[in-house]
Write a protein that binds this ligand. Structure first.
Ligand code: PMP
Length: 361
């Protein structure tokens, strides 16, 4: 909700928020951050020590842990960037309403930025997305509109925008700031954390912002490093088309579409891998229990895909694969964390990831 006080502190004039803002030059690290947005970026890169090894993998496998972002995902980066660019070019003014179609994480990040800056916020989210995301958005002050899974939620957001005076849509699916922030920030962090040594990068594809931005920078700075795109079974974004078994329902959230977002540049993806829900959620549960990382479902998808890609490429000792871990289990406490939810969908009782074994053959 927009109050006069919040608007006074609303930050059309605030400096661009990025990783550099947490440091203070010669005075050493800043002890107190002006607001939560200054804690966006600089996520840790963490080694996986058990799961890759259990598949006989000898290369180093590292997770870029966007799940530790203050809003809970890599979408914090794009939300603050899209909003500050809209402020800077005059499209977004105090008192305005920010509207955004979302599978949840962008919505949470946009709502977080709006809470700090004092904008009203309306988020449009398909029914299948978790209640946890919905409740978090509400608590951040946003209005949430649910739409049926079979309706493209961007059309609903467009309609609300037309009917809401003084509103803007950030449009993560078409906004070129989405891939650009990953090109400028996320990839630079990864390259710095890896001292420029990287033999494979694996990224789940939703809007395509992460894979496009990261892929473009990798092609420039590390051209021999393959970029692997991961697409859930039921989605139809992968190439060649023969990989896609046609449109269908899938439970994993945040990745996969049966249409192509404008942000997605498939030319940066060297290889696509398809992953089923069952493998996704069993792997996400394993990452939590064996690596101690409280990941969301799409991290499981990415790890299953990475294991297949590493084996197919024959990556070995002394080589290194980075996997993007987009969000945390916080969004899915009533979903794949629950044995009941897993059982109801016949994702259990296998305690192992079934697909993993076929790759040995
Ligand atoms: N995983 C999760 C959980 C997400 O919310 C998203 C964003 N939709 C992605 C992966 C994919 O990221 P991107 O939109 O940058 O392709």
């Amino acid at each position: 909700v927009c109050t006069a006080d919040k608007l006074k502190t609303a930050s059309a004039k605030q400096p661009q928020v990025h990783v550099a803002s947490v440091a203070n030059g010669s005075q050493g690290p800043v002890k107190i951050l002006p607001n939560v947005l200054h804690n966006i970026g600089k996520t840790p890169l963490i080694r996986l020590n058990r799961i890759p090894q259990s598949f006989g993998i000898e290369c180093e496998v590292l997770a870029k842990c966007e799940l530790f972002a203050p809003g809970g995902s890599h979408k914090d980066r794009i939300a603050v960037r899209m909003i500050e660019e809209a402020e800077a070019d005059g499209r977004l003014k105090p008192g305005y309403t920010v509207i955004e179609p979302t599978s949840g994480n962008t919505g949470i990040s946009v709502a977080m930025v709006c809470a700090v800056k004092g904008y009203k916020c309306i988020l449009v989210m398909p029914e299948k997305m978790s209640a946890e995301k919905h409740w978090t958005m509400n608590r951040l002050g946003a209005t949430v509109v649910r739409c049926p899974n079979n309706i493209v939620h961007t059309t609903v957001a467009d309609k609300i925008h037309r009917e809401t005076p003084n509103s803007i849509i950030l449009d993560q699916y078409g906004n070129e700031a989405n891939p650009r922030v990953h090109y400028e920030e996320t990839t630079e962090e990864i390259l710095e954390q890896c001292d420029g040594k990287l033999d494979m990068i694996v990224i789940g594809v939703g809007t395509g912002g992460a894979v496009t931005g990261i892929g473009r920078k990798i092609k420039e700075k590390c051209p021999s490093c393959p970029v692997i795109g991961i697409d859930p079974v039921g989605s139809t974004m992968a190439l060649p088309e023969s990989l896609n078994s046609g449109p269908g329902f899938f439970e994993v959230e945040g990745i996969g579409h049966t249409w192509l977002p404008d942000c997605l540049d498939r030319s940066v993806i060297d290889k696509w891998i398809k992953v089923s829900d069952k493998d996704t959620f069993n792997m996400a549960r394993r990452i939590i229990s064996e690596e101690g990382l409280l990941v969301g479902g799409s991290c499981g998808t990415a790890v299953v895909g990475a294991i297949q890609a590493i084996k197919e490429a024959g990556l070995g000792k002394g080589q290194r694969c980075v996997i993007i871990f987009p969000d945390s289990v916080r969004n899915y406490m009533t979903k794949f964390l629950s044995d009941q939810w897993m059982l109801e969908r016949a994702f259990l009782p296998d305690s192992e990831v079934s697909l993993g074994y076929s790759w040995w053959n």
